[in-house]
Ligand binder design. Structure first.
Ligand code: GAR
Length: 222
């Protein structure tokens, strides 16, 4: 255990490329956060291998073994408490959480979503953005509130939609940006620089005025 670091639990369901980006960022000795547990609702997913490779304890709660969301969330809560988790990152966690769980973690749980919220909530959002004729897509890191894919936005990154894009090619382009902004947001939170005011988030001490707007450039984030 590292003294003074924010103790983070990451919830996953799949490939875990965002988990990997968070692991890589937290590996820096002076990083203010530490991933202390990874929880998956699906057995056998690649995210679990990534946790193992990084030496992070990982737990599976297979949602198929649960009669309802309340008992599933209760088991997750116990595991998070046992690991001393102070803050949660949802990283491709594809399961709805109960209002009680979300309210317990209010202001202490963030999510990454592969669209420019509040547009395209839910599933299959990359293809839906293409089908809608949108010219830009992107990703959003936001605090989690009981309504799905709603909550104060910390940062967004924009990518173009090309004429020949498929859902997969667009998803890959967005993922590159996800892997940039998610670690940046976690770092800001762990540094205590993120302030929620109503529906809006402000970043204290940003080193340029549009730090929370990533469009995307090679500018350092922060
Ligand atoms: C990511 O694109 C993430 O934004 C998305 O699932 C993917 C997970 O990939 N999350 C959602 O759609 C949540 N609504 P990963 O497992 O490789 O990080």
């Amino acid at each position: 255990m590292s003294e003074g670091k924010l103790r983070v639990g990451v919830l996953v369901s799949g490939s875990g490329s965002n988990l990997q980006a968070l692991i890589d960022a937290c590996a820096a000795p002076d990083h203010p956060a530490e991933i202390v547990t990874v929880i998956s609702n699906r057995p056998g997913v690649r995210a679990l291998d990534r946790a193992k490779a990084a030496g992070i304890p990982a737990v599976v709660f297979d949602h198929k073994n649960y009669a309802d969301r309340t008992s599933f969330d209760a088991d997750m809560q116990k595991a998070l408490d046992a690991a001393g988790v102070e803050f949660i990152c949802l990283a491709g966690f594809m399961r709805l959480l109960t209002t009680a769980f979300v309210e317990h973690w209010s202001g202490r749980m963030i999510n990454i979503h592969p669209s420019l919220l509040p547009s395209f909530k839910g599933l299959n959002v990359q293809q839906r953005a293409i089908d809608a004729g949108a010219r830009f897509a992107g990703c959003t890191v936001h605090f989690v509130t009981p309504e799905m894919d709603v909550g104060p936005i910390i940062q967004q990154a924009v990518v173009p939609i090309h004429q020949d894009d498929t859902g997969d090619t667009l998803a890959a382009r967005i993922l590159v940006q996800e892997h940039r902004i998610y670690p940046a947001c976690l770092k800001w939170v762990a540094e205590g620089r993120v302030r929620i005011e109503g529906e809006r988030v402000f970043l204290d001490g940003a080193n340029y005025p549009d730090a929370a707007l990533h469009n995307p450039s090679s500018e350092p984030i922060g």
